[in-house]
Ligand binder design. Sequence first.
Ligand SMILES: [Zn+2]
Length: 219
Amino acid sequence: MQLLPVEHFAALARLPNCRHVFTRRIAGIDVSHNKAKALARLERAHWQIRHASGFGDWPLLIAEQVHGDKIAIVDEPIESDRHFTACDALITNQRGVLLGIHVADCCAVYIVDPKTPAIGLVHSGRKGTEIAIVAKAIEQMKKRFGSTPPDMIVQLSPCIRPPHYETDFAAEIIRQCRSKGVSQIHDSGLCTACDVDRYYSYRAEKGKTGRMLALLGLT
Ligand SMILES: [Zn+2]
């Protein structure tokens, strides 16, 4: 892979003690024909990106998302890859482990507290935003790790937005962060359905689509 189909967010890239990536659409992987085969190819591409991004030997913790508000809390060392059933957010204060969230229109919300340090990665679409999963993840980072919201940097990934979607859940995520005392909030502002050459969009592609992978870890 010469040029990795990934992006980095400036607000996170300048932080010295975390590393992150957001994968884009992988050229040539078309989920509309043979879904199982395409998803297997996508998983392999994500594995390659993970290794090419310098995360190769980091245990990968994946949330098996259900549009709920359960948060996986990782406060002790983990040695190998793990899936967390029925969770839509992961938080940790451990270094050298990689948090992973899949999205295709929903927002991946990166939360970094560089002081403690501690991190969170949240899957927040319309439903998750309605039940305030980002606010709950911020609360749990305070409670479990002693993080304080003024230290936190929040980054919203590309996600579906009006007029392609009837609900502006990205704006609601930002409101939730502010109400919890976070002021350093960065939004990519990009709509996944506006740019299906670059992103997968569940709505724009009528459900026959792949997933972007958000990755975040403390160094
Ligand atoms: Zn759009």
